[in-house]
Ligand binder design. Structure first.
Ligand code: TRH
Length: 386
């Protein structure tokens, strides 16, 4: 049965330039799959770095100019002139994170009748100004084309964040015991142990935290996907590496290194843990849907431009908490992002309040609608007005 019987099959091109890490393609790939699966759009994703994409989707062959994965056409976008092999123009054109579209493509958009709906998908921010700028049109300086700025956000009046329709059902079906056996190779820890997942950039604050976990009264089980923080773990355990499959134990701390998994399976790590350390944009969003307490390592920007974003997210997330819980979580997030030393005991004594807030926050966030649905509604309205 189709979930979108009345809608015409819109063709959509998403252009994605990978700046660094996995977030740019992580968001675009998730959006592409959702527009295909839930809205029935014909999606082509043009990406300039297929090797990074391969990490999130192992079936991607980085040597191919054009291929298909999960119903989405993937094209290797060879910047800056390459405009798609055939220059077929879509009904909807999404340029992700202000990556620059090829000039030939823009010129062809201006000639097309009807003109495509052109959207610049911005980075996520929880700041208040986002709602004022969301969906504002911006006329092109040379062509009679309007581009709209689509702002993901955490509050009403923004584009929201990505969430698949079946995500909550998948989370509820999650079989933690099997996951531990399959992915970690050990039995699921009992309730007396705190399971922490750690996905972060290099972070000097991690040493203090590892010492606190090691010396604490309560056992901590740490799950660390292989990546930029792994070197710090290796140094702490006095090992040359801390690679997937390795485990270490010292004092009250036990740690397991995990391999990087395909994107649809990343959520399982968040569901398996009691608290999640996440980073960037996409994993930050997924941690919110996991309904577990989390700590955000925000992507650091020049001139501390990320600090207001961090504080805006805290303002949303800590609303309703008692002043002492709010202050403790704020102190801890700031310390994890370079201001101060993290104090685990001070933070985790609020565990029960944080757990309750995490569930309520997920409901609040869901109430503004999901990004793909909001975007599809906007496009439908624009097309209907023509
Ligand atoms: O990788 P990130 O740090 O990405 C970014 C980029 O740096 C980008 O340039 C920046 O602007 C943006 O952050 C804010 O963090 P993020 O966004 O969480 O992306 C990580 C992706 O990796 C996410 O989609 C989840 C995925 N992932 C897997 O698919 N498998 C895994 O095993 C792990 C650990 C992550």
């Amino acid at each position: 049965m189709s979930t979108h019987p009345a809608a015409p099959e819109l063709a959509c091109d998403i252009f994605c330039a990978v700046i660094d890490n996995f977030g740019d393609i992580g968001v675009c790939w998730r959006l592409a799959r959702q527009l295909r699966a839930e809205h029935g759009w014909r999606v082509r994703l043009l990406v300039d770095d297929l090797k990074v994409f391969h990490a999130l989707c192992p079936e991607i062959d980085a040597t191919l100019a054009r291929q298909e994965a999960m119903g989405v056409v993937i094209e290797h976008w060879r910047e800056p002139a390459h405009a798609g092999d055939t220059l077929e123009l879509a009904d909807v054109v999404i340029e992700a994170f202000a990556c620059e579209l090829p000039h030939a493509y823009i010129a062809a958009m201006a000639r097309r009748d009807p003109q495509p709906v052109w959207i610049n998908l911005e980075y996520l921010s929880g700041e208040d100004w986002v709602a004022d700028f969301h969906m504002r049109p911006s006329p092109h300086p040379r062509y009679p084309l309007d581009k709209s700025f689509f702002f993901p956000g955490l509050g009403a009046g923004t584009g929201g964040v990505l969430k698949e329709r079946d995500l909550d059902a998948r989370r509820e079906r999650f079989d933690a015991a099997s996951w531990w056996r399959e992915r970690v190779g050990v039995e699921r820890p009992d309730d007396g142990q705190t399971v922490v997942s750690l996905f972060a950039y290099e972070n000097p604050a991690v040493d203090a935290l590892l010492r606190q976990w090691r010396d604490g009264d309560a056992p901590v089980v740490l799950l660390v996907p292989e990546g930029r923080i792994s070197g710090a773990l290796a140094r702490f355990f006095g090992s040359p590496t801390f690679a997937a499959g390795m485990s270490a134990r010292v004092g009250a701390l036990q740690a397991h290194a995990l391999g990087f998994v395909e994107q649809p399976r990343f959520d399982e790590l968040l569901w398996a843990a009691d608290i999640n350390f996440v980073r960037g944009e996409d994993s930050f969003v997924r941690a919110q849907w996991a309904r577990k307490p989390f700590v955000w390592h925000i992507y650091p920007q020049a001139d501390d431009a990320h600090v207001p974003k961090l504080n805006a997210a805290l303002a949303h997330y800590t609303r309703e908490l008692s002043p002492s819980a709010r202050e403790a979580i704020t102190r801890f997030w700031h310390a994890w992002n370079g201001a101060g030393v993290p104090d685990w005991a001070d933070f985790w004594r609020h565990r029960t309040a944080l757990q309750a807030r995490a569930a309520r926050w997920a409901e609040e966030l869901a109430s503004i609608g999901d990004l793909a649905g909001n975007l599809a509604a906007h496009v439908a309205a624009r097309i209907a007005r023509r």
